[in-house]
Design a protein around this ligand. Structure first.
Ligand SMILES: [Zn+2]
Length: 282
C-alpha cells in the first residue's frame, strides 16, 4: 500500500511518527499551514513558520524517504487577530515557491466578518497564483459552515475541481459532492470520522474526488489512520486498486494541478502516478 497523506501537520509530530509512517507505506504528504497552539502575536512568527514548512520540514521528511509539500495561508482562526493580518502581504512570495502546492488551509473557524474577508482574499490569491485551494470547514455548526463555504467558493470564480473542502462527515459530504469540489475527510482516533464510517461514505458516494487524511496535529491524533482506512476498505471488499486510487492517485491528481508535485523518486515503481501528475494541470 502506497500512501499520500494530503493533510498532516508534521510540525507537531516527532521523528518516531515519520518512522512509523514510512513503515506503513506513507511516501508523500502535504502539510498545510495552520496555528501553533499558542496564538501568534506578529507576522514574523508566520514567516519563520512558513520558512520551516518549505525548508526544515521537507528535510526532516526526506530522512525517512517521504516527500514533503506544503500549502500556505493565514489560517481561519488567526484571521480574527488584527496582529496577524499583516501576513497577507507576505503570502505572494511563498505562493511562488517550488514545494508549495496550494493555498491553505483557508475557510471558516467561527464564521466572523473578518474570516469572510480573509477567506475571499486568499481564494483570489489562489486564482492569481494558479494554485488549488485547501479549505477547512468549522468543527462547530458544520452544516451551515459548509454551505457558507461553498457559497464563497462559488463567488470566488475558482473552479470547483481546484478546491478541496476538508473535515467532512456524513452530514456535509452531500453538498460538497454536488458542488464539484473535492471531498476531504480527516480520520481521528475519537472524534470527527473513523475508518469504518469512511468506508461507508466511499460505498455511498464512490471514489471520485475523495481525499482521506490523518490531519495529525497538536491534539490526540494518529498519522497511521490513512493506512487503517486502506485496511478497512480491503476488509469491506474494495480492491487494492481502489485503495491505491483513494490513498495515492486522488491526492496526486488534486495537488498535481499546481504543476509542482515532485514525486520523481518516491513513485518510481508505478508509472500511473507519473501520468496523473502530467495530466494534472489540464
Ligand atoms: Zn489541518
Amino acid at each position: 500500500m502506497r500512501i499520500f497523506d494530503p493533510h498532516i501537520h508534521m510540525t507537531s509530530r516527532t521523528t518516531d511518527d515519520y518512522e512509523r509512517m514510512a513503515a506503513a507505506g506513507v511516501r508523500a504528504l502535504v502539510e498545510p499551514a495552520f496555528w501553533l497552539g499558542q496564538p501568534r502575536t506578529s507576522a514574523g512568527s508566520f514567516t519563520d513558520y512558513f520558512d520551516a514548512l518549505v525548508g526544515w520540514e521537507p528535510y526532516r521528511a526526506s530522512l525517512f524517504g517521504i516527500r514533503h509539500h506544503a500549502t500556505i495561508a493565514l489560517n481561519p482562526k488567526e484571521a480574527n487577530d488584527p496582529r496577524c493580518r499583516e501576513v497577507l502581504g507576505e503570502l505572494p512570495r511563498y505562493l511562488e515557491k517550488d514545494g508549495v502546492v496550494a493555498v491553505g488551509e483557508v475557510g471558516y473557524d467561527s464564521m466572523t466578518p473578518e474570516e469572510d474577508e480573509v477567506f475571499a482574499a486568499q481564494l483570489a490569491l489562489a486564482i492569481e497564483h494558479d494554485l488549488p485551494a485547501l479549505v477547512h470547514t468549522p468543527h462547530r455548526d458544520k452544516a451551515r459552515g459548509t454551505e457558507r463555504t461553498l457559497a464563497v467558493v462559488r463567488e470566488s470564480g475558482l473552479e470547483p475541481g481546484r478546491v478541496a473542502v476538508d473535515h467532512l462527515n456524513e452530514v456535509t459530504v452531500g453538498a460538497v459532492a454536488e458542488s464539484g469540489c473535492w471531498m476531504g475527510f480527516s480520520i481521528y482516533p475519537e472524534t470527527k470520522m473513523t475508518a469504518e464510517r469512511m468506508v461507508h461514505i466511499l460505498r455511498e458516494y464512490g471514489l471520485e474526488r475523495m481525499l482521506v487524511n490523518s490531519a495529525a496535529d497538536w491534539g490526540r491524533s494518529d498519522p497511521l489512520l490513512t493506512a487503517r482506512t486502506g485496511e478497512a476498505m480491503l476488509a469491506a471488499g474494495f480492491t487494492d486498486d481502489d485503495v491505491d486510487r483513494v490513498l495515492w492517485r486522488n491526492p496526486v491528481e488534486f495537488y498535481g494541478q499546481s504543476k509542482r508535485l515532485d514525486l520523481s523518486d518516491v513513485d518510481a515503481a508505478d508509472s500511473f502516478a507519473g501520468n496523473s501528475i502530467r495530466r494534472g494541470g489540464s
